[in-house]
Design a protein around this ligand. Structure first.
Ligand code: FPP
Length: 233
C-alpha cells in the first residue's frame, strides 16, 4: 500500500465534541491534544515521514477571549508536557506561522523545543500556530522581494514557511466540513483531500487507516493524463 510521505490535518470539531457533552469548548481542545498524541504515534508506526497540523489559525484570534487564552495555555502545557516524549520518540518539531504576537516566554519555549528535537529523524511534526495560507504566501513574496530575486514559483517555494518539507500528499479534515479554511493554500495544490465526519477528539487509528486506504486507491496525475501516468509507472 502506498503510504503518504506527508500528511496535513485540519483538526476540526473539538468545540462540537465538547458542546455535545455539555463541556466548555476548551475541554474539546484538551481532548484534541490526546488525539494528536495518538495520531503522531500512529503516523510513526505507519512510516509517514511528515505530519503538519493546524493548531491555531490567523483567524482564531477572533474567537471568545477565554477560548483564545485556553488555546495559548494548551500550547504552553503541551510544550511542558509533551516535548520530552516527542524527543524520545524521534520526532522533530517545527512551529510554523507568525509567532511574533506570542509572548517572549512562549516564543523562547517553542524555539527550545525545536532545538532540543532538531537531530530527530523519524517524523517531522509541523505545528501551524497563528498560521494562515494567505499570510504564508504574502510573507514568502515579501522575502523574495527583499532578497531582490525574480518572482518565480521556485523562489516563492523556497521562501514558504514549509520549505523544509515536500508538499503534503494527503490533506485530512475532520469534523464534517469540506473546505481548506486558509490552510496550506500553496502547498496543497496537488494534495489528495480526505474529509472525515468524526470530530477530531474521536479521530483514532481506524479513521487514520481509512484515510490511508482511500489515499492508496487514488490515482495522482499531477496534470497528466491517466495513460501517461500508467506508462510512467
Ligand atoms: C478546530 O476545532 C480546532 C482548533 C481551532 C484547535 C486545534 C487544536 C488542537 C487539536 C490542540 C492542539 C493544540 C496545540 C496547542 C498543540 P473547532 O474549535 O473549530 O471545533 P468546532 O468546529 O466543533 O467548533
Amino acid at each position: 500500500m502506498t503510504v503518504p510521505r506527508h500528511i496535513a490535518i485540519v483538526m476540526d470539531g473539538n468545540g462540537r465534541w465538547a458542546t455535545r457533552r455539555l463541556l466548555p469548548r476548551v475541554a474539546g481542545h484538551h481532548q484534541g491534544v490526546d488525539s494528536l498524541r495518538r495520531c503522531v504515534q500512529a503516523c510513526i508506526e505507519r512510516g509517514v515521514g511528515v505530519l503538519t497540523v493546524f493548531a491555531f489559525s490567523s483567524e482564531n484570534w477572533k474567537r471568545p477571549a477565554d477560548e483564545v487564552s485556553g488555546l495559548m495555555d494548551l500550547l504552553a502545557k503541551a510544550l511542558a508536557g509533551e516535548v520530552a516524549s516527542l524527543r524520545k520518540n524521534g520526532v522533530k518539531l517545527h512551529f510554523v506561522g507568525d509567532l511574533d504576537p506570542l509572548s517572549l516566554k512562549m516564543r523562547t519555549g517553542l524555539r527550545e523545543a525545536e532545538t532540543s528535537t532538531a537531530d530527530n529523524t523519524r517524523l517531522v511534526l509541523n505545528v501551524c500556530f497563528n498560521y494562515g495560507g494567505r499570510w504564508d504566501v504574502a510573507q514568502a513574496a515579501a522575502k523574495v522581494a527583499a532578497r531582490g530575486e525574480a518572482v518565480t514559483e521556485e523562489a516563492i517555494d523556497r521562501a514558504m514557511a514549509l520549505a523544509h518539507v515536500a508538499d503534503p500528499d494527503l490533506l485530512i479534515r475532520t469534523g464534517g466540513e469540506q473546505r481548506l479554511s486558509n490552510f496550506l493554500l500553496w502547498q496543497a495544490a496537488y494534495s489528495e483531500l480526505y474529509f472525515s465526519d468524526k470530530f477530531w477528539p474521536d479521530f483514532d487509528e481506524a479513521e487514520l487507516d481509512a484515510a490511508l486506504a482511500a489515499f492508496a486507491r487514488r490515482e495522482r496525475r499531477f496534470g497528466l493524463t491517466a495513460a501517461q501516468v500508467q506508462r510512467a509507472a
